[in-house]
Every structure is written in structure tokens, then in C-alpha cells.
Design a protein around this ligand. Structure first.
Ligand code: ZN
Ligand code: ZN
Length: 143
């Protein structure tokens, strides 16, 4: 004798376990407005009216929420410029008043959440930008 299950749509439907899923699919058509499947796990068959209770204890939900939390709490990567690639040893920059320099160029923009290739491009562009500024200011200051 196999175990019996009660149809979540109709308590009068008593089914053998191996026929349970087949019956559910058929019976669902007669009850299109009744939600019996856990939104977090299709394998969870929830009797009507007990969905809320189940959602509080559903282990799959706990797992998926944990995942969401981890994604939210994932620390923002703030890549620092690698040592040795600093612009400071760029001869084109020359001597400058650091305070004045910072005022003119604002703060050096920090690349955030970029791939390695994107960071490289960013650095190249940033260098171009600074060089242009350096050129234009030194040209403009000369009579
Ligand atoms: Zn049924
Ligand atoms: Zn569930």
C-alpha cells in the first residue's frame, strides 16, 4: 500500500503518491486562481490558504534571500592605482604646486567597478586629459 496524499485543491481528492503530481496538473486547470506552488521552489506543493505559513518557513526562500543579501552587501570594489604605474613619475607633468594642481584638475577620478581592460583605458584617457590640461594652462599662461 503506497502512501496517500490529499489534493490541495479539493480535500475530497485522495490520491496515491505516485499519481499526486499528475492529478495536481489536471486539477490546477479547474482551479486556475489557486496558487499551490511555492514561488521559490516548484517542488513545494502548498495547500490553498497555507501559502503564507509556508513562505515563513520555506527553506528555499531563505536560501534565495540569503543570496540577495550577499549581492546587496557585496563591497564596492575601489581599485587603487598599482604601485609603479603612478602618474607621479610621468616627466610630462613636471613641477607644479600640488594645491594649485588639485584645484585646477579637481580630484583625480577613481575608476570604480571596472574590468582590468576598462581600468587600463580609463588610465590612458585620464592621462590624456591631464596632459591636455597641462599643455593648455602652460600655453595660456605664457605671453
Ligand atoms: Zn484535485
Ligand atoms: Zn517553498
Amino acid at each position: 500500500m503506497s502512501s496517500l496524499k490529499t489534493c490541495p485543491f479539493d480535500k475530497n481528492h485522495i490520491l496515491q503518491a505516485e499519481r499526486f503530481i499528475v492529478h495536481l496538473v489536471r486539477c490546477q486547470r479547474n482551479h486556475p486562481n489557486v496558487q499551490v506552488r511555492c514561488p521559490h521552489n516548484e517542488g513545494h506543493i502548498i495547500p490553498p490558504g497555507e501559502m503564507e505559513t509556508h513562505l515563513n518557513v520555506c527553506d528555499t526562500r531563505a536560501l534565495s534571500e540569503l543570496k540577495d543579501q550577499q549581492m546587496v552587501q557585496k563591497p564596492v570594489e575601489q581599485p587603487l592605482l598599482p604601485v609603479g604605474e603612478s602618474w607621479d613619475d610621468d616627466p610630462d607633468v613636471g613641477t607644479y604646486d600640488p594645491n594649485n594642481y588639485c584645484e585646477q584638475n579637481l580630484v583625480i577620478r577613481q575608476p570604480v567597478n571596472l574590468t582590468k581592460a576598462q581600468r587600463k583605458q580609463f588610465r590612458l584617457k585620464e592621462r590624456e586629459r591631464l596632459e591636455k590640461m597641462d599643455n593648455s594652462t602652460s600655453d595660456g599662461s605664457k605671453p
